[in-house]
Write a protein that binds this ligand. Structure first.
Ligand code: CU
Length: 815
């Protein structure tokens, strides 16, 4: 009876409110995860329809089915949707849904951030799709190379839709990355040391890390290109000291890691599902982790292989070619670990396994053509042909779509609590598998026969006609396969029989709960003693539901979950997570207002939304914390742990470190751009340099020193003054600098100064917040975590501001 009462009390605390209110305010990770997955599938269907239109156009020579204007939009939107609105959100959704359950937690570390990410994704994706329906979709290819994407050749808003829409969606990717990393590091079940983490968590940790360092170059590139289009700052215009190659570098600095950002979560699903299907332990846990880390690291050193034909020095060609071939090694380690796992077990040919076999075949073929393309002479021949299109589809569909279909069939019983009804999934597999190979195997051949990618039509007599027709037939077979998959899922949700808990006999913690999952996941939290908790403690789920684990209490209406020491897994403090809120959707709406007014060219209106965002951020942070000391809480099993607001290093501190890491990466990419243009671009040196003033760096450095010192002494007003001095110094510098529209030197300098001003300004806001909180009684010697976080931001603002001020006057001194 006690268990039932605990269930009722926890439900009252954690549940999503009924009706529309619940839809708009929910921050629960299961809700948000499922929404991401459903929306990603809808975008996948839209992207799929575009692909069908492309294949219809290319089915016959000299086709006039859609015409070149529409065709450009079709292939651009197909690529952009599949990358940014399907693949990334799909694994984010899967991870948001699964991760806390696998780690034995009740939610993610920052529930409102998951909700904010969701709304940014939904609004941004909607803007992009509506633009397509209005006939102004992006049309310069999914990697949007200037000068084609610039004002001159794309005068309409097509490119702006991409730049603004995708950047809006990227906010959700950054939110998710920080959220996932901090949750894995800090919100695990007690006893779950690093070497006891489920392998999926390792994959996601690497993925989140790659997103934190991989997305900032793209975000920077998008900002620069949008500023060039909107205000005429010539970053990419060679006539004024810019270079279109700068965009290619920034784009592929993101774009190559992106391939692994998509592949690693899928591989994580494979490494989780395969051992269950094989009824064996995963072979080579340590080797796989080493391979993942090697892949994550190597993938940042390969971006130039997308630019082999742009006139790269010979040394660099050799280096990037070798590095590109080298990634085959860690990938092969994983493949052999999976094969070994199958070999050592007694594999069952259940439906997820069928899709995993599809994954093996398609992905390995894609890897092989990847090694071919890593060879510079071959790439020079195959570059921009259908061969490359075929390769990237083998890698992405093989490496992502097939594993995700396996994951769908594997975890759907967890989401629905039901079994599937008919054997439609097998038929869907064969249609997708045969259709896929028919479509894309042929494209290797058309590519080798010289057919360029992205052409809207071709003459007869090139030898491409029959191959193209076969590709188109294959494309439509795939579409039928996916339609069957959808029907199968709908049938299972509607008609499936309710199954017993853990139908696959899996050993990870997400199966130690009732399905569908309760809002609080676990009535009490597990203590873990090995990597496969459900094989050593088969009755764990029942015991947790009875309240025999940790935190088996519903107190103060608090949403409690356990925070552990990162390496040892020892309990550290109790996180008190925020409840449902209007803040995520209103913040996303204000950001949406900003992006929409930029898109409409209302440059005077757009900045008005930013104070609103800042004010909502203030409200957001204000609801954290507590106004009195409560002392250690009883966590069960004899543990007495402080609540998060009395902890020394909160999850918010870790999140801030990662956010600042992402920001510093963006800044580094900007400095790279500055140096790249200086050394490579034509039309340098610039006509006029920034005057070699002493006053600007002196004022900024003095402000920075003042802020760093006084923030440590708790003199917030003085620290604020220091940051203000930085802002004044950099604004003066901009005032005296040559106009940013005149030359790429002035434009990059202004961008660097803007970075400094933005961070010093943010630091001022945060310091003001801390001062207000102290006055309102939220701080005490025990409750000082917030002050520590503020100091991180303030120190970063000081360092960045002083650095920018010094850097920008140096060229004037040297000249
Ligand atoms: Cu690449």
């Amino acid at each position: 009876m006690k268990a039932l009462q605990l269930h009722h009390e926890l439900t009252a605390i954690w549940r999503t409110e009924p009706g529309w209110r619940g839809h708009l305010r929910s921050v629960n990770h299961s809700d948000i995860g499922k929404r991401f997955i459903v929306a990603a599938f809808v975008f996948f269907a839209i992207g799929g329809v575009l692909a069908m239109l492309i294949r219809a156009q290319l089915a016959t020579p000299r086709s006039a089915f859609v015409g070149p204007e529409v065709y450009n939009q079709l292939f651009t939107m197909h690529g952009s949707i599949m990358m940014f609105l399907f693949a990334i959100p799909m694994f984010e959704g899967l991870t948001m849904y699964l991760l806390p359950k696998m780690l034995g937690a009740r939610d993610l570390a920052f529930p409102r951030l998951s909700a904010l990410g969701w709304w940014c994704y939904l609004f941004g994706g909607t803007i992009i799709v509506l633009a397509m329906l209005a006939g102004v979709a992006p049309n310069a290819g999914w990697f949007l190379y200037p000068p084609l994407s610039g004002r001159t050749y794309t005068p309409g808003i097509n490119s702006d839709v991409w730049l603004l829409g995708v950047t809006f969606v990227e906010i959700s990717a950054m939110c998710a990355a920080i959220e996932i990393a901090v949750s894995i590091l800090k919100l695990r079940a007690p006893g779950m040391r690093l070497d006891r983490m489920p392998i999926f968590a390792w994959y996601m940790l690497a993925t989140a890390g790659m997103m934190i360092f991989g997305f900032p170059p793209l975000i920077l590139g998008s900002i620069l290109l949008e500023v060039e289009r909107a205000f005429g700052w010539p970053f990419f215009d060679p006539a004024l000291g810019g270079s279109p190659l700068l965009w290619q570098h920034l784009f592929w600095l993101f774009g190559h890691p992106e391939v692994y950002i998509i592949f690693l979560p899928a591989a994580g699903a494979v490494s989780t599902i395969l051992p269950v299907m094989a009824r064996a332990r995963l072979l080579g846990y340590g080797a796989i982790i080493a391979a993942i880390m090697a892949l994550a690291f190597l993938s940042f050193g390969l971006w130039v292989h997308h630019m082999f034909t742009t006139g790269i020095p010979h040394m660099a060609l050799g280096f990037f070619s070798a590095a590109s071939a080298l990634v085959a090694v860690p990938t092969a380690v994983q493949i052999f670990a999976w094969l070994g796992t199958l070999w050592s077990g007694r594999p069952q040919m259940k439906l997820p396994m069928l899709y995993l076999i599809g994954f093996f075949i398609v992905f390995v073929l894609g890897g092989l053509t990847g090694v071919m393309l890593a060879m510079v002479p071959f790439d020079a021949q195959a570059h921009d042909t259908a061969f490359v299109t075929a390769h990237l589809h083998y890698v992405l569909v093989g490496g992502f779509v097939f594993p995700m279909l396996a994951a769908a069939y594997y975890w759907l019983p967890h989401v629905t609590g039901r079994q599937r009804v008919m054997r439609i999934g097998e038929a869907a597999f064969w249609l997708i598998f045969i259709g896929f190979n028919l479509t894309f195997f042929m494209m290797h051949l058309t590519g080798l026969l010289g057919m360029p990618r992205r052409i809207d039509t071709y003459p007869e007599g090139m030898g491409w006609t029959a191959l193209n027709l076969l590709s188109s037939i294959g494309g439509f077979l795939q579409a039928f396969g996916f339609a069957l998959f959808l029907i199968d899922v709908v049938l299972q949700i509607g008609l499936g029989r309710v199954h017993r808990r853990n139908p696959w006999g899996a050993t990870t913690l997400e199966w130690a709960m009732a399905t569908p999952a309760p809002a609080y996941n676990f009535a009490s939290l597990a203590t873990v003693t090995d990597r496969e908790p459900l094989s050593t403690q088969p009755d764990l789920g029942v015991r947790l539901a009875r309240g025999e684990g940790l935190l088996a209490v519903a107190r103060n209406g608090w949403r409690e979950t356990m925070v552990i020491d990162m390496t040892t897994g020892a309990p550290e403090h109790v996180a008190i997570l925020p409840g449902n809120s209007w803040l995520p959707i209103t913040t996303a709406a204000m950001l949406g207002g900003f992006f929409l007014s930029m898109l409409a060219g209302l440059y005077a209106v757009a900045p008005l939304f930013l104070p609103m965002v800042a004010w909502l951020g203030w409200r957001w942070a204000w609801t954290n914390g507590y106004h009195e000391d409560v002392g250690p809480l009883d966590a069960g099993h004899g543990y007495r742990l402080p609540p998060s607001f009395e902890a020394e290093r909160t999850t918010g501190w870790w999140g801030s470190v990662l956010a600042l890491g992402a920001s510093a990466t963006l800044f580094t990419a900007l400095l790279f751009g500055y140096a790249f243009l200086w050394t490579i671009a034509p039309n340098w040196p610039p006509p006029r340099l920034i005057a070699p003033s002493l006053a600007v760096p002196a004022l900024a450095s003095a402000g920075a020193a003042l802020s760093v010192v006084t923030a440590r002494q708790g003199r917030i007003a003085a620290a604020l003054g220091g940051q203000a001095a930085i802002v004044v110094a950099l604004v003066l510098l901009l005032w005296w600098a040559p106009a940013p529209t005149g030359h790429a030197y002035a434009a990059t300098s202004a961008a660097i100064a803007a970075y400094g001003i933005f961070h010093a300004g943010t630091a001022m806001l945060i310091l003001a917040f801390v001062a207000a909180r102290a006055r309102a009684g939220f701080h005490s010697p025990a409750r000082s975590g917030e002050v520590r976080i503020a100091r991180l931001w303030s120190d970063h603002g000081a360092a960045a501001g002083a650095f920018c001020a010094i850097l920008l006057v140096v060229p004037g001194w040297l000249a």
